[in-house]
Design a protein around this ligand. Structure first.
Ligand code: NAP
Length: 325
């Protein structure tokens, strides 16, 4: 039954403002950090601006999490969330817009729900889908152009669609879509794929899937809704038109690190240059998950980062407390 709590009525004033560990981002890395912080008996809060689960919340199936051969992405997200809550994690739905450090063990987070203070901060905002940046993409977003197959795929049941990209995301989401749509075109700018071979083989075996290789989308075309794509062959320069009802763009990820850019070294693409210990050049600030440079971006590496970051944060707080800074 829906219940209104005192906290709902009183609004922001009732929310606890002082925490040991503030975790920004409610994906697998952030939630696991909360779980581990809780197990270290640290008071941990997770800030999430939209919805819990990060990338897996919009992934149909996760088939490479050890011990769970197959699980729907949102179901796995819910399980990790419940697990973190079991160890006392609190989730606040607010966007962190600014970060300040006012001394060792003294971080201030300016959010859309007011200011919060924490002794350590774990930045686990991950990454968001990159855009192609070609004509029509913006105009037809939500009207045929999508970055989320699980959210929008069912609207195009029985219709022809395209998936753009040659990485794991393009292939896993194409596999999902191929079970719904009449025909699926996988459009990739090369004739080799970054995607794991198992996904490539699975997609190749689908009778309603056609690979359009060495092709790029130069324009999304339509009127009220998307009608098709203008393609260009990267080898011959020849242009063609492909009629589709929807196009799902999976061309990689862009890290969400703007707020921390003054506290952390970033590479040329904006990923945080931190190692396996998740430590940044700012003591007390850690980066976990897809937003840091790493060789493998998967749930299993995100949760690993979250666990490490929480232990590092606990160690940092202990040092600060011991030295009385
Ligand atoms: P990704 O691995 O970076 O692949 C991006 C793909 O988009 C590449 O094939 C790339 O082509 C293509 N691309 C990039 N810019 C383009 C442009 N302007 N025009 C046309 N094509 C363009 O990104 P992702 O597939 O989103 O995956 C992100 C991370 O999540 C990866 O580390 C991936 O392994 C991981 N992930 C894992 C799983 C899983 O294990 N089940 C599922 C999903 C994602 P080129 O190859 O030519 O550069």
């Amino acid at each position: 039954m829906f219940q209104i709590t005192l906290e709902d009525i009183a609004g922001e004033s009732q929310v606890e403002r002082d925490w040991d560990v503030a975790i920004v981002g409610g994906g697998p890395a952030g939630l696991t950090a909360a779980l581990y912080a809780g197990r270290s008996l640290r008071k941990a809060v997770v800030f999430e601006k939209l919805s819990i689960g990060g990338q897996i919340a919009v992934t149909d199936e996760v088939d490479n999490y050890p011990g769970i051969p197959s699980i729907k992405g949102p179901e796995l997200a819910k399980r990790i969330e419940d697990h973190a809550k079991k160890f006392g994690a609190k989730i606040v739905f607010a966007e962190v817009q600014k970060l300040r450090k006012e001394g060792e063990g003294k971080f201030v987070l300016e959010t859309t729900d007011g200011e919060f203070r924490a002794k350590a901060v774990i930045w686990a905002t991950g990454a968001e889908p990159r855009k192609l940046g070609v004509p029509g993409e913006k105009e037809f977003t939500g009207r045929g152009v999508s970055y989320c197959a699980v959210c929008d795929g069912p609207f195009f049941k029985g219709k022809p669609v395209a998936v753009i990209g040659g990485g794991d995301s393009a292939f896993t989401e194409a596999l999902y879509l191929s079970n719904i749509v009449s025909k699926l075109y996988l459009i990739h700018r090369r004739d080799e794929f970054r995607a794991q071979r198992i996904y490539v083989e699975q997609l190749k075996s689908k009778p309603n899937v056609e690979f359009l290789l060495n092709k790029v989308v130069v324009e999304f075309v339509g009127d009220k809704m998307l009608k098709g794509l203008r393609l260009k062959d990267t080898k011959t320069g020849e242009e063609s038109f492909l009629e589709v009802a929807a196009a799902f763009v999976y061309i990689g990820l862009k890290p969400v690190n703007d707020v921390i850019k003054d506290f952390v070294d970033l590479d040329e693409r904006g990923f945080a240059l931190v190692g396996e210990d998740t430590k940044t050049k700012t003591p007390g600030l850690f980066v976990a998950g897809d937003g840091r440079v790493k060789h493998l971006r998967q749930v299993v590496t995100a949760v690993s980062d979250g666990a490490v970051a929480a232990i590092m944060a606990d160690e940092y707080i202990r040092e600060v407390e011991a030295t009385g800074r």
